[in-house]
Design a protein around this ligand. Structure first.
Ligand code: 13P
Ligand code: SF4
Length: 303
């Protein structure tokens, strides 16, 4: 990426000057993920790493709820997001008020929130989860029924893995809900040996067709461990690009569904973010304190 080299150098220089670290999600483009990111990973890893940051500034290369999670977990740091419009269809599908109404409707039923939610929602729930630990979190509550929000498909997937009865919300990821079982069957028809791995935000007909289902980190581990000849990663496009850089011998079939929110983060915006120290994540301390309980309860769960 030669035309990007000056940006990469300027960002890495400014990072040192500002005493900043860049946390990058697996859906960031390779030049961000590999060339300026200090820590890369799935939502769970980025949350855990945020708690360990000693630097003064965190630049979150991901979406808004991820930057909020970093601020919640490490409130004395300045947390910046290069474009605060980087949202998420799941996070915008539910409000704190919706959670309060759910609690009135299902009194005494514990509420689990996917981290893909706003700080307001996290403040109203009992515990958070990510797609890496959702089953473990649901089972940690010792309840025969649990409300799981906002992703209806993640909730359906978890329900197939546990005896706990799951009450779901109606949200969906606008990237993963676009995949279909037919699309996956056509990859198999073209190559019966192809391996297909999917994210649990996909609809059930997609998951039923997949050889493996897991979070972005679990999908990457699966590819590292199984070294398939050809693999379809049924998730956001940049994942396969990032893993391809590490495992050039694997042939990645790339069904390309882009997350428009993740793609708002670009090298020029990261540079501006560090230059002008914007856009800073600010959360009402009362809400942040309540939200911290839910996120820390998840982070502190023993494996
Ligand atoms: P994970 O990286 O935790 O699997 O999350 C996927 C996702 O859609 C993040 O927005
Ligand atoms: Fe949200 Fe889906 Fe984009 Fe992840 S990929 S940020 S879940 S819209």
């Amino acid at each position: 990426w030669p035309f990007m080299a000056p940006y990469i150098k300027a960002i890495n220089d400014l990072k040192r000057e500002r005493n900043a670290v860049i946390l990058a999600h697996n859906y960031q483009t390779p030049e961000i993920f590999h060339c300026v990111g200090d820590v890369g990973g799935d939502s769970l890893k980025l949350a855990i790493e945020a708690t360990k940051v000693k630097a003064d500034v965190i630049v979150q290369c991901g979406v808004h709820f991820m930057a909020e999670t970093s601020k919640i977990l490490n409130p004395s740091k300045t947390v910046l997001i290069p474009d605060s419009r980087a949202g998420c269809s799941l996070a915008s599908s539910i409000t704190g008020e919706d959670v309060r109404l759910l609690r009135e409707r299902f009194p005494g039923v514990p509420v689990v929130a996917y981290v893909n939610t706003s700080a307001d929602v996290k403040a109203e729930v009992d515990i958070c989860c990510t797609s890496s630990n959702a089953v473990q979190v649901v089972e940690s509550l010792g309840s025969d029924t649990v409300i799981m929000l906002p992703d209806q498909y993640l909730a359906k997937y978890v329900a197939t893995k546990t005896k706990v009865k799951i009450i779901a919300w109606k949200g969906a990821c606008e990237v993963h809900e676009r995949f279909t079982g037919d699309e996956l069957r056509s990859y198999r028809a073209a190559d019966p040996d192809v391996q297909i791995i999917a994210h649990p935000e996909c609809p059930p007909d997609v998951i039923n067709e997949a050889d493996f289902t897991g979070s972005t980190a679990h999908m990457i581990d699966w590819v590292r461990n199984n070294k398939p000849k050809r693999v379809v990663m049924v998730t956001e496009c940049s994942m396969a690009d990032n893993v391809q850089a590490e495992l050039p011998e694997i042939n990645f079939v790339k069904p390309c569904n882009l997350c428009p929110h993740m793609k708002r983060i670009t090298l020029p915006k990261i540079l501006d973010s560090l230059l002008y120290m914007r856009e800073e994540i600010v959360i009402d301390p009362m809400i942040a304190d309540k939200a911290r309980r839910s996120v820390e309860r998840m982070v502190n769960l023993k494996n």
